[in-house]
Design a protein around this ligand. Structure first.
Ligand SMILES: [Zn+2]
Length: 548
């Protein structure tokens, strides 16, 4: 086989020579004996001159390849044409000033998209592709700015994600039909989502959480689109409403009694993003933690699922999920409060408090058993914050008490906390464990209000999945006339956002998928360490356009 007959697979290029340099193969190549003028399309055979251009190409068996191109300048012989001399185009080889062939650049982009800058650099060098990390990232960013073909975009989910938890947030937009990330915005504001939506005037539905910010932005930026309240968040609102009534607190006292987020919507397949439970656990005493840990382990070994254990113990599912994979609790870090700090025994104290045990002297004895080394007055000061009535528009005394005292769990003998009771109130019967079912029976026996609450909660879940707007209207009417405070309150809340709630009932879309994409984004962000600028993060999470 003669050299001339080797095909380069690079359009019209002809092979002239092949030689080996110290860094790899050098392939001499040039174009055809004629070229078309880009202005008038007249074919020219009249070469003016050559110049040389070097382009990196795909490696041969792991050895880097450099194409030494002889590029021709041609004379245009068409007298009517304004162009006198033109340079031949090699569109299938490389773009105008590129130092990499088109096909090499694409591989580099794909590597960068899949693996990120540094791993892509290592992988590339192993494969004989010469590309530094910065080159990889540059190619990747450039490729994303091209891909704007989202004219088919019809249904989007919008949610926020944390750059730094509690400090700064960005916004993610997901195509709910194609299950793609459409865009990542560097901030979280009504104005930026409004601007983004104005550029996408064909969007028909926007799924968003209960946060008013995206609702406002969507209303202004896409007045043509219907909004969809996220079903998971609606159910969470209902749970909070029930929990408030069960604990006779209109609103938890800020900083003192965080609301634990137990009880997951069974339809939800990813984690809740609240940070509070982790903080609760951290603040709990080491001994309390240790005991909870062993409890979780033993329930897990008895065949309990993470969500069932979480519900049972009033713990966050994420913590349970983490613990069931551990053999032992990791050593505590330096940030853990000291044994002399009452907040270390926060969880324990909070539970006793909810059970109605509020005597400081008695609580002091109990936490001392758990290892508290601080003094009486410090504990008293800590607890006094819980005694202060919360300043709220609707004082807790107006909320009717459902229970005189919280009924006892028939298994453990201790009082069922309002948090657990609220979660159980929302859990369908078929998803209850035997022990949970026993608790539900006790709660129902103790209060006819709880019975009504649970019946309405189950109906509401049915309405959410049932696809019928008229059932929603019926439910709101029933809730308002039920005489159950939590349900009346919740009915009022959803009426304020009724169009979006109705869409949640009648359309199949929900933001569950968006939250899944946020988890993907977080994983990418972690893998990129400090280099994750908004632009790069966006480049890695958006689907990449390929030629094939
Ligand atoms: Zn011409």
């Amino acid at each position: 086989m003669g050299q001339k007959s080797i095909r380069l697979g690079l359009g019209d290029l002809r092979l002239i020579s092949v030689s080996r340099s110290s860094t790899g193969w050098v392939i001499g190549a040039q174009g055809q004996d004629r070229a078309a003028c880009p202005r008038c399309r007249t074919l020219s055979h009249s070469r003016h001159s050559f110049y040389r251009r070097r382009v990196r190409d795909l490696p041969i068996q792991g050895v880097p390849v450099l194409i030494d191109l002889k590029v021709s300048r041609w004379r245009c012989r068409n007298v009517g044409c304004e162009g006198k001399i033109f340079v031949e185009r090699l569109p299938r080889v490389a773009s105008a000033h590129a130092r990499k062939s088109e096909r090499l650049a694409e591989i580099v982009r794909l590597l960068g998209h899949a693996a990120g800058g540094r791993p892509a650099e290592r992988l590339a060098s192993r494969l004989g592709l010469v590309a530094s990390r910065d080159t990889v990232l540059r190619h990747l960013k450039r490729s994303v700015s091209w891909s704007g073909g989202d004219s088919q975009l019809r249904v989007v989910g919008i949610d926020d994600w944390a750059w730094r938890k509690g400090h700064s947030y960005g916004t993610i937009v997901v195509d709910l039909e194609r299950r793609n990330v459409v865009d990542v915005l560097p901030d979280r504001s009504a104005a930026s989502i409004e601007a983004w939506l104005r550029n996408h005037p064909r969007i028909e539905f926007i799924a968003r959480d209960r946060d008013g910010l995206y609702a406002d932005g969507a209303k202004r930026g896409a007045p043509q689109a219907g909004q969809i309240a996220d079903r998971f968040h609606i159910v969470q609102n209902l749970r909070v409403s029930i929990e408030r009534q069960l604990s006779r607190l209109e609103r938890p006292i800020r900083g003192a009694m965080p609301v634990a987020s137990s009880g997951q919507d069974s339809s939800r397949d990813d984690e809740q993003r609240s940070e509070k439970p982790a903080r609760q656990i951290r603040l709990a005493g080491r001994d309390v933690q240790q005991r909870l840990f062993h409890k979780v382990r033993s329930m897990y070994e008895d065949g309990g699922t993470a969500s069932a254990i979480a519900l049972e113990l009033g713990l966050h599912r994420r913590i349970v999920g983490k613990w069931i994979r551990l053999e032992a609790l990791p050593e505590r870090n330096r940030m853990t409060p000291k044994d002399s700090t009452p907040s270390r025994f926060h969880i324990f104290l909070e539970r006793r408090w909810a059970e109605g045990f509020r005597n400081v002297r008695g609580l002091l004895r109990e936490v001392q058993v758990l290892g508290y080394t601080g003094c009486y007055s410090r504990l008293a000061a800590f607890l006094s914050a819980w005694r202060r009535p919360a300043k709220v528009e609707n004082p807790s005394s107006e909320i009717p008490a459902t229970f005189g005292v919280m009924p006892c769990d028939p298994d453990s003998g201790s009082a069922i906390s309002p948090i657990v009771a609220a979660a159980l109130c929302l859990q369908p019967r078929r998803l209850l464990t035997r022990r949970q079912l026993a608790k539900v029976e006790v709660l129902k026996e103790a209060s006819p209000d709880f019975v009504r609450m649970r019946a309405l909660a189950m109906q509401f879940r049915g309405v959410l999945r049932g696809g019928r707007a008229d059932k929603l209207e019926d439910w709101i009417r029933d809730a308002k006339s039920s005489g159950v405070y939590a349900m009346q309150r919740f009915a009022q809340t959803i009426q304020r956002d009724i169009a979006a709630i109705r869409n949640a009932v009648v359309t199949p879309w929900s933001n569950g998928q968006t939250e899944g994409q946020i988890n993907r984004l977080k994983a990418l962000k972690r893998a990129m360490y400090g280099r994750a600028g908004a632009e790069l993060l966006r480049a890695r999470i958006l689907p990449i356009a390929t030629t094939s």
